[in-house]
Design a protein. Structure first.
Length: 321
């Protein structure tokens, strides 16, 4: 792994799991010093670069710890590179495999405490949840055998259950996770449970959870989308439109909010506005079949309206033969 890649990996890992690091990033002197320290530690044996000697370690200087966060701490020195890689953020699906391999190496090391091992299983499961959901589920199960009351793992496992329509299992995991999480950290679990309640058509409980999720996930578009769908089902049209607009604001390259907005506008008789929303959706996703079908239907309805107005009306019978 090249020096720059390691620096980026360390930054991603610390950013994802260490709130103190994220806070320090906004205070430039502290973050600058931390990045220099990380550079020194990670590249402590590298040759001088063409940019100069400003980041080279002093001869005989003591090693600076790579990580301070609870998830990354207490791993053996020989596993530090795998820890940094395993808990990094993948840029896309193509970059996942090195992270998965690093997590596997940590799991196979077998010489760490249960909390660290559970974190490695959970992270590998998270990395595989889309491409290998069976393996992800097995990893979450393994993590929960080591730490049965880990709310993050329970939430991640519930996601797999929801995708497989194992709704009762998902509900049990999410309810337990919400009880274990501090309220400010339960936003994602609340969102998933609210979505599950919505699928059960339990709209009151769905709204309760989604209203709790939104303040703790203010820039995440999906709680707005789910809440908008609940409001649409309850015919709370204005509230649904606001939430679909919020979804589109945070996810401008996703057409779902605009398509649902079109449905609400159609339901309230605003056909031109509905067509405008659908045209905007198709500008983002030209091949979206839901948007194409809805647009064609509304165009046909719009074309029929003038013909109905112009059709000759039958005259009333005046009683004469």
């Amino acid at each position: 792994m090249q020096m720059t890649t390691r620096v980026v990996a360390m930054h991603s890992a610390l950013w994802g799991f260490d709130r103190c690091y994220r806070w320090a990033w906004y205070v430039w002197p502290a973050s600058f010093a931390l990045l220099i320290a990380g550079w020194i530690c990670i590249d402590k044996q590298s040759a001088p670069s063409a940019t100069g000697n400003w980041a080279r370690p002093l001869a005989g200087a003591a090693n600076i710890p790579v990580h301070r966060s609870p998830i990354l701490a207490n791993w053996p020195e020989r596993l530090q590179n795998d820890v940094i890689t395993c808990f990094s953020n993948a840029v896309n699906m193509a970059t996942l495999q090195p992270l998965i391999d690093a997590c596997t190496h940590l799991i196979e090391s077998k010489d760490v405490a249960d909390p660290q091992m559970a974190n490695a299983y959970n992270q590998r499961g998270f990395l595989q949840k889309l491409s290998q959901p069976d393996r992800a589920l097995a990893d979450y199960d393994a993590a929960l055998k080591l730490q049965p009351d880990a709310p993050l793992v329970l939430t991640n496992r519930a996601y797999i259950y929801i995708t497989r329509n194992r709704n009762d299992d998902a509900m049990a995991d999410l309810t337990k996770a919400i009880e274990l999480f501090p309220p400010t950290q339960a936003g994602y679990a609340r969102y998933l449970r609210g979505y599950d309640y919505f699928r059960r058509k339990d709209y009151d409980r769905a709204m309760e959870d989604l209203n709790e999720a939104v303040p703790h996930m203010p820039s995440n578009p999906y709680p707005y989308l789910a809440r908008g769908e609940v409001e649409q089902a309850r015919q709370q049209w204005d509230a649904a439109l606001r939430d679909f607009d919020e979804f589109s604001r945070f996810a401008p390259r996703n057409a779902r909010g605009l398509i649902l907005k079109g449905q609400v506008l159609e339901a309230t008789g605003k056909i031109p506005e509905a067509l405008s929303a659908l045209n905007s959706a198709l500008a983002i996703e030209p091949d979206n079949q839901n948007a194409l079908t809805a647009r064609d239907r509304l165009r046909a309805k719009q074309a029929e309206a003038p013909q109905q107005q112009q059709a000759p009306q039958p005259k009333p019978d005046d009683g004469r033969n």
